[in-house]
Design a binder for this molecule. Structure first.
Ligand code: CTP
Ligand code: CA
Length: 229
C-alpha cells in the first residue's frame, strides 16, 4: 500500500469517520441507544491512518480504545455528533459508521425519574434525531468529495441500501445484513468480529467475502485511497 514514490496513498488527505452508538438521555441515569460496539468504525479509522490519512474520528460511547494515530472526539448524543462532524469540515472524505439513535426523548429530566406502579405505562415522547450522513451528503457548500454511509439491514438489504444511497446523497453505502440468520456467528454481526458486506455505488453492487472487521477496514481504506487519489 505504499506508492512507487514511497508516499502513503492517503498522505495529506483528511478523512472524518463516525463510529459507535449515540446515547440519548431520558434522565441522568437512563438513555436510548442502538446496539454498536464501534469495532468496525474504529477499525476503519485505524486503517485509513495506516495509509497516511489525517483521520478525525467522532465516536459515541464505546468500550474500546481510541485507535492509534487518529484524532478522536468523544460525544454522547446525535446532536453532539452532528455538531462535531460539521466543525471538522472541510474534509476529503467522510465515512459514517456510527449507529446513531434515530430518536431522542423530547424532554430529558434533570432529576432521576421515580417508578410509580400505580399510574399506568410511562409515556415518553420521542422526536427524530438529525440525519448526520444526509446533512453532509447534501451539504450545499462543504460536501466532502467522497461520502460513504453504512446500512445495517435485517431484510431487503440491497434495496434498502440503494434507497439510502440516493436519499442521503452518498457516493457509496456499505451494506450489511444484521439479521440473526445471516450465517455469521449465532446472532448476526452485531458486536462480533466478522462482517460480510456489499459495497453499493451508483454503478453497481460488490459483495465481499466474509472476513474480519479488520480486513473489511483495510479493504475499505484501500478503496477510499483509489477513489481519492
Ligand atoms: N445515520 C446518520 N444519522 C442518523 C441516522 C443514520 O448519520 N440520524 C447514518 C448512519 O451512520 C449510516 C446511515 O446513516 O451511515 C444509515 O443508517 P441506518 O440506521 O441504516 O439508516 P436510517 O436512515 O436511520 O434508517 P432506518 O434505521 O430506519 O433503517
Ligand atoms: Ca437508523
Amino acid at each position: 500500500s505504499i506508492l512507487a514514490n514511497g508516499a502513503l496513498p492517503l498522505a495529506g488527505k483528511r478523512v472524518i469517520v463516525t463510529s459507535g452508538p449515540t446515547h440519548e438521555p431520558i434522565d441522568p441515569v437512563r438513555y436510548i441507544a442502538n446496539r454498536s460496539s464501534g469495532k468496525q468504525g474504529h477499525a476503519i479509522a485505524g486503517a485509513l491512518a495506516s495509509l497516511g490519512a489525517d483521520v478525525q474520528l467522532v465516536s459515541g460511547p464505546v468500550a474500546i480504545n481510541d485507535p492509534i494515530g487518529v484524532t478522536t472526539t468523544h460525544v454522547e448524543t446525535a446532536q453532539q455528533m452532528r455538531d462535531a462532524v460539521e466543525a471538522l469540515l472541510p474534509a476529503d472524505a467522510a465515512i459514517f459508521a456510527a449507529a446513531v439513535a434515530d430518536w431522542r426523548s423530547e424532554k430529558s429530566s434533570c432529576e432521576k425519574m421515580k417508578k410509580d406502579g400505580s399510574s399506568g405505562p410511562l409515556q415518553l415522547a420521542l422526536v427524530e434525531n438529525p440525519d448526520i450522513l444526509a446533512g453532509i451528503g447534501h451539504h450545499s457548500t462543504k460536501r466532502p468529495p467522497l461520502v460513504i454511509g453504512f446500512a445495517a439491514e435485517t431484510e431487503k438489504v440491497l434495496e434498502n441500501a440503494r434507497t439510502k444511497l440516493t436519499g442521503k446523497g452518498a457516493d457509496a453505502i456499505v451494506a450489511n445484513d444484521v439479521s440473526t440468520d445471516s450465517g455469521i456467528g449465532g446472532s448476526g454481526v452485531m458486536g462480533g468480529d466478522r462482517n460480510r458486506i456489499t459495497l453499493i455505488t451508483a454503478s453497481g453492487a460488490d459483495t465481499w467475502p466474509e472476513m474480519s472487521k479488520a480486513e473489511v477496514a483495510r479493504k475499505l481504506a484501500a478503496w477510499v485511497a483509489d477513489q481519492t487519489g
